[in-house]
Design a protein around this ligand. Structure first.
Ligand code: SAM
Length: 309
């Protein structure tokens, strides 16, 4: 893919570079905030599955402390991958499904719980929908488990979901902990993707609930047909397409020259990945050491793609 074709195909990718966001996902959080006022009164937040860090950037730019009340902004960002530093963001490199990572996050909020927990976690998609959905659900449950340890009563939890057939179970589980659960689809999230976000407001754990590291949330039975459940056991959650209706549509292709008076200018990514898995291959290619170099197939990235990262 040439340098300009992704800019042309994906308007939010190009806008992210123009506005200095590390990834186009920044717009998803910004549009969710437009709809739900997520950041109002928030100064302590956790960003789970944060790399390359565009959600952390949004939090870092939008959260405001209050000197009068002695409240300072605190953002803890967690990911398997290393992330370039950001102002006011503490980084933890770890797996959110591991107890050791959860405990490290919890330590940061002891005595002063978080106002907001966000999770944009996604596994490396295999293309097998059931497997992808299952891993995604495990990430979400790990995120929810951490949330029950760090979120203040009344706080908000936002997480990416894949809207598969068992999503009703998920809504029922979330409804146990939050007074309001909405499924939201920002305009910057492609319609062609089953991705959506649960916005869970008003954290109210059940009376007597004690957050537990053994993660009882994961011990559910897969033989139950959740669509047979009735009443409060089968929770219907409202669906909301959010983001300004006049905003760009992420499924459309727009002309490259957004300003007709200016020539197209290629912008490099705001923050290239710091340890990309393809780094070694790029180095080998540069020194002509890649095996089968002369049999380069169309699926092999062009050298320019490596330079772009
Ligand atoms: N919100 C991020 C942003 O705006 O830059 C993008 C997140 S990206 C879609 C999904 C991230 O989930 C990847 O960086 C991946 O490393 C992370 N991830 C996947 N499984 C994880 C796990 N078990 N623990 C921590 N992070 C994980």
């Amino acid at each position: 893919m040439g340098r300009s074709s992704k800019d042309k195909r994906d308007i939010y990718y190009r806008l992210a570079k123009e506005e200095g966001w590390r990834a186009r996902s920044a717009f998803k959080l910004l549009q969710l905030d437009e709809e739900f006022r997520l950041f109002k009164g928030v100064c302590r937040a956790v960003d789970l599955c944060a790399a390359p860090g565009s959600w952390s950037q949004v939090l870092s730019r939008k959260l405001k402390g209050d000197e009068g009340k002695g409240t300072e902004v605190k953002i803890v960002a967690v990911d398997l991958q290393a992330m370039a530093p950001l102002p006011a963001v503490t980084q933890i490199q770890g797996d959110i499904t591991k107890v050791s990572t959860a405990q490290e996050i919890i330590r940061h909020f002891e005595g002063q719980p978080a106002d907001l927990v966000v999770c944009d976690g996604a596994p490396d998609v295999t293309g097998l929908h059931d497997v992808d959905e299952y891993i995604q659900a495990q990430l979400l449950l790990a995120a929810l488990n951490i949330t029950t340890h760090v979120l203040k009563p009344g706080g908000t939890f936002v997480a990416k979901i894949f809207r598969g057939k068992d999503v009703t179970l998920l809504y029922s589980q979330l409804k146990i902990f939050f007074s309001g659960v909405t499924c939201a689809k920002p305009r910057s999230s492609r319609n062609s993707s089953i991705e959506a976000f649960v916005v869970c407001q008003g954290y109210t754990p059940p009376e007597g609930y004690v957050p537990n590291m053994s993660n009882p949330l994961l011990d559910h039975c897969y033989d139950v047909d959740f669509n047979q459940l009735e009443g409060p056991n089968r929770v219907i959650v409202p669906f909301l397409a959010c983001g300004d209706l006049s905003a760009y549509d992420s499924d459309r292709t727009y002309p490259l020259q957004l300003d007709p008076n200016k020539a197209y200018q290629y912008l490099p990514p705001t923050q290239p990945p710091i340890q990309p898995p393809y780094q070694k291959a790029c180095l080998l290619r540069k020194h002509n050491l890649l095996a089968k170099e002369n049999l380069r197939s169309s699926s092999t990235p062009e050298p320019s793609a490596c330079q772009e990262q």
